[in-house]
Design a protein around this ligand. Structure first.
Ligand SMILES: [Zn+2]
Length: 180
């Protein structure tokens, strides 16, 4: 690849004091750090139901997901989750708490999903969404969920819901049981 600062050629090399190869410009020495991307999203609920969005794009076309997307510069995790829910489903949300994180090291992505209360009635399918629907816990379309991360959050939500709505923090890299 070419340098984003000066357009000259770059090399991949281990820089003194570092232990991972970095892409450095031959001419201006600019180092192109590549770091994981943050995806923010919500698990929107109303009464005893959760809202899912049917995807209108690939990957996962025609399957159900949580409203989510890439965090933008200049916003907080919470603002990003609210923005994505509004863009994809015209949702007005009240963020309740961070429900969990989901790391995908293979592709350098980290998801932050918030439990959020639905505050409006006129939610509808919007950008990237073909359909929105409220599902009761017993009615989640498990065989039509778009991504393993979405299934992870919905499985844990269901488990916590059935455990007296005691929603705890979940991470796909934490052991299921641990002692402090
Ligand atoms: Zn350069």
């Amino acid at each position: 690849m070419y340098c984003i600062k000066c357009g000259r050629k770059t090399n991949s090399e281990i820089i003194s004091g570092d232990n991972i190869p970095r892409i450095r410009c031959e001419a201006c020495n600019y180092i192109h750090y590549i770091n994981p991307k943050i995806i923010v999203g919500a698990l929107p609920f109303r009464d005893d139901k959760v809202l899912l969005c049917k995807r209108d794009i690939n990957p996962g076309f025609g399957k159900w997901t949580l409203p989510s997307g890439f965090m933008e510069m200049g916003e907080s995790l919470e603002q990003g989750a609210e923005r994505e829910a509004e863009e994809e489903a015209n949702l007005k949300l009240k963020i309740n708490k961070l429900f969990g994180t989901y790391s995908i090291p293979e592709i350098g992505q980290v998801l932050f999903i918030f439990i959020a209360k639905i505050m409006n009635d006129n939610f509808r399918a919007a950008d990237e969404t073909a359909e929105v629907n409220l599902f009761s816990i017993s009615n989640i379309p498990w065989d039509q969920i778009a991504f393993p991360s979405v299934e992870f959050f919905l499985r844990n939500y269901t488990k916590d819901f059935l455990n007296g709505k005691n929603f705890s923090f979940h991470s796909n890299f934490l052991p299921k049981k641990y002692n402090i």
